[in-house]
Design a binder for this molecule. Structure first.
Ligand code: SAH
Length: 221
């Protein structure tokens, strides 16, 4: 379960965070703004207290409703691919713990994030740390639909394993926009970067291998 009460961010956490950032740099993350965002967000706030000491290892962790907070390397990798500029409108599918949303907000994005699990959506609503990020708007809904009334978006990020590239998300991408979507099944996914040029032509790049929880159709109460 996520914490709703303020927590301590002490020198030990800060030191562990610096080590994590150095590890991400060694693993090939080069965007210093992304690394700085990760350095500034207390990841242990997002996890069950049982995981507090290992919150800064580079691995995914269980959160509520059988979901996970993505591995820091994955968060950094997707964030880097998005090339976030200040005031970019970013659509995120899969709010989960909201850690990825906070990293995007640190980078200056206006984040619109959808979660299909009501329990998780409600939980994040009571998470004290979110008050630092008024530019994150959260929605309870089905990410396959996107947010047509709020779009189009400069960037789209999916943080669950999509069985295919959801067409509505590409429709809601602005010309010049970038979408980053892990596409595949339970056996693994390929990260895909989809770019839309000024004329609206779409280009797909297939990047590395990842493992996300599945992107599921519809809302879950
Ligand atoms: N970005 C999250 C990672 C969460 S894991 C974080 O930083 O913690 C993936 C999340 O996607 C889960 O919470 C899951 O419930 C959600 N999800 C799966 N399918 C979805 C859909 N169709 N629409 C919205 N959210 C979805």
């Amino acid at each position: 379960m996520l914490h709703s009460k303020p927590k301590d961010d002490n020198y030990l956490h800060k030191g562990l965070r610096r080590d994590l950032v150095n590890l991400l740099r060694e693993k090939g993350i080069t965007d210093e703004r992304v690394l700085e965002a990760i350095n500034s967000i207390p990841r242990h706030f997002f996890l069950d207290p049982a995981f507090e000491r290992i919150a800064y290892e580079d691995r995914a962790f269980p959160i509520t409703a059988n979901q996970t907070i993505s591995q820091p390397y994955t968060v950094a990798y997707q964030s880097q691919l998005l090339e976030i500029k200040k005031f970019d409108k970013v659509l995120e599918i899969g709010t989960g713990s909201a850690y990825q949303a906070c990293v995007l907000a640190e980078l200056g994005a206006l984040v619109f994030s959808i979660e299909r699990q009501k329990a998780l959506y409600d939980y994040v609503g009571g998470f004290f740390f979110m008050k630092n990020y008024p530019h994150i708007k959260r929605f309870y809904g089905d990410g396959f639909q996107g947010l047509p009334t709020y779009g189009p978006f400069d960037k789209v990020i999916v943080t669950a394993a999509a069985p295919f590239i959801p067409p509505k998300l590409i429709e809601q991408l602005k010309p010049g926009g970038i979408a980053v979507i892990p596409v595949g099944d339970d056996n693994g996914q390929k990260m895909m970067r989809i770019t839309k040029d000024a004329a609206g032509n779409v280009k797909e790049e297939i990047l590395g291998d990842f493992s996300f929880v599945p992107m599921l159709e519809g809302k879950n109460k």
